[in-house]
Design a protein around this ligand. Structure first.
Ligand SMILES: Cc1cc2nc3c(=O)[nH]c(=O)nc-3n(C[C@H](O)[C@H](O)[C@H](O)COP(=O)(O)O)c2cc1C
Length: 358
């Protein structure tokens, strides 16, 4: 059997997609102060609709889930109304919208949120990171460890946010268990020093990610639920141990997620191809794989090698709204303007030229 090409259609849960590309989730810090998506968000996402599957920037499921300045939320009626405008614009342009639910956990700062509360985490262990705040870069504080009695509430925040996303017209939801945020913090041996049912063993460290995903899937349908993981990715100061420990932790998690019959698994892959192969072999539905810094020649490699079904694009799609056409035709790419990635105006957001506008 020949491997599928980048240009073959694919079905992901309820979504029928024209090819194997997608927009990777990217935080842009342009929401309104109350977390409602900014006025340009509809245009930004609709411009990229030819990517088919658009995974949004990380979006907090609750006030405590916010870590960065001006990140959007999906837990109030205003958020639902704002995202509805985005979903309608994306659908009108022929795309599908997947909202990424991101609880930042300890990767935050009281100065970044309207409520100014201390970030929460699995344990009172600082990420030891410098993060942007309104007064410049500051160290992440020691978080407040979540009480065992608070954990059902956190799970319920994700469930409620997923319901809000679907109410807003999103096609699906991606649970963010990657990149150093709350669910990844629970997976990690150093950030998670709990001795209750949510820490201490491989099974217990995976429990919150599994329970959150199960609650989301029960709420909106497993065929509208995906999960993102990033094994061994140390972003946010995490250390998950040696390759064997990472392998054990993530294969356990993968097997637990398999039981939920989800639409897809999304791996932000950082290098261990043996682990990626093992996840591929264990995962029965669609597998999305992002590798940082792929060249345009490498975009299809994992699909052609049978290691992935889809290849979401991050920065290249940020700077090229018509990246699909550029890849198809061999046209050159715009470069990313690093100065305008996070926050700001239309500059570096909705004004990247398309081929027809160059
Ligand atoms: C500006 C920026 C913001 C990002 N924000 C998120 C995010 O909110 N959620 C997430 O899961 N990954 C996030 N990522 C990671 C990307 O989804 C992607 O995995 C990474 O950029 C590597 O892909 P690339 O080389 O195609 O850019 C972000 C990356 C960038 C560059």
């Amino acid at each position: 059997m020949t491997a599928p090409s980048l240009w073959q259609p694919i079905t992901v849960g309820r979504m029928h997609l024209p090819h194997r590309l997608a927009l990777a989730p990217m935080t842009r810090n342009r929401a309104q102060p109350d977390g409602t998506p900014g006025e340009l968000a509809s245009e930004y996402y609709a411009q990229r609709a030819s990517l088919g599957l658009l995974i949004t920037e990380g979006t907090q499921p609750s006030a405590d889930g916010q870590g960065y300045l001006l990140s959007p939320g999906i837990h109030t009626p205003a958020h639902v109304a704002g995202w509805r405008t985005v979903a309608e614009a994306v659908h009108a342009a022929g795309g599908h919208l997947v909202l990424q639910l991101m609880h930042a956990g300890r990767l935050g700062h009281p100065d970044n949120t309207p409520h100014h509360r201390l970030p929460v985490g699995p344990s009172a262990v600082s990420a030891g990171q410098q993060i942007p705040t309104p007064t410049g870069m500051q160290e992440t504080p020691v978080p407040r460890a979540l009480e065992a009695t608070e954990i059902p509430g956190v799970i319920d925040e994700f469930r409620h946010a997923a319901a809000c996303a679907i109410e807003a017209g999103a096609d699906a939801v991606e649970v963010h268990a990657a990149n150093g945020y709350l669910l990844h913090q629970f997976l990690s041996t150093d950030a998670n020093q709990r001795t209750d049912d949510y820490g201490g063993s491989v099974e217990d460290r995976a429990r919150l990610a599994v329970e959150v995903t199960r609650a989301v899937a029960q709420e909106i349908g497993a065929d509208r639920t995906g999960v993102r993981i990033s094994p061994a990715f140390g972003l946010g100061g995490l250390d998950e141990g040696d390759a064997e420990a990472v392998h054990t932790q993530y294969l356990h998690l993968t097997h637990r997620l398999v039981q939920l019959d989800l639409a897809y698994l999304h791996v932000h892959h950082r290098g261990d191809d043996d682990l990626l192969r093992a996840i591929r072999d264990a995962w029965p539905s669609v597998l999305l794989v992002v590798r940082k810094d792929r060249t345009r020649e490498q975009v299809a490699d994992d699909i052609e090698a049978g290691l992935a079904d889809m290849a979401p694009l991050g920065r290249s799609a940020l700077a090229n709204p018509d990246i699909v056409e550029r890849l198809r035709t061999g046209a050159p790419f715009n470069e990313v303007d690093k100065a305008t990635i996070y926050g700001g105006t239309a500059v570096g957001y909705t004004d990247y030229p398309t081929l027809s506008r160059v």
